[in-house]
Design a protein. Structure first.
Length: 59
């Protein structure tokens, strides 16, 4: 919704980041997309790295 509002009001989305080097352009993304991906990776890593608990113990 915020990106749509920026497009309507400003004509562009201000938090988009576009990386390029010479003629190579990396895909354009924004800060919100980065936060979602980083959060998803952190949750997945937490679930994968958590030691398995014994069934007799409760925490």
């Amino acid at each position: 919704m915020g990106n749509a509002a920026d497009r309507l009001i400003r004509g562009q989305v201000v938090d988009f980041i576009q990386w390029y080097w010479r003629d190579f352009f990396w895909p354009t993304f924004n800060v919100a997309d980065m936060a979602i991906v980083i959060g998803a990776v952190a949750i997945a890593a937490n679930g994968l790295m958590r030691p398995k608990s014994s069934q007799g113990q409760s925490f």
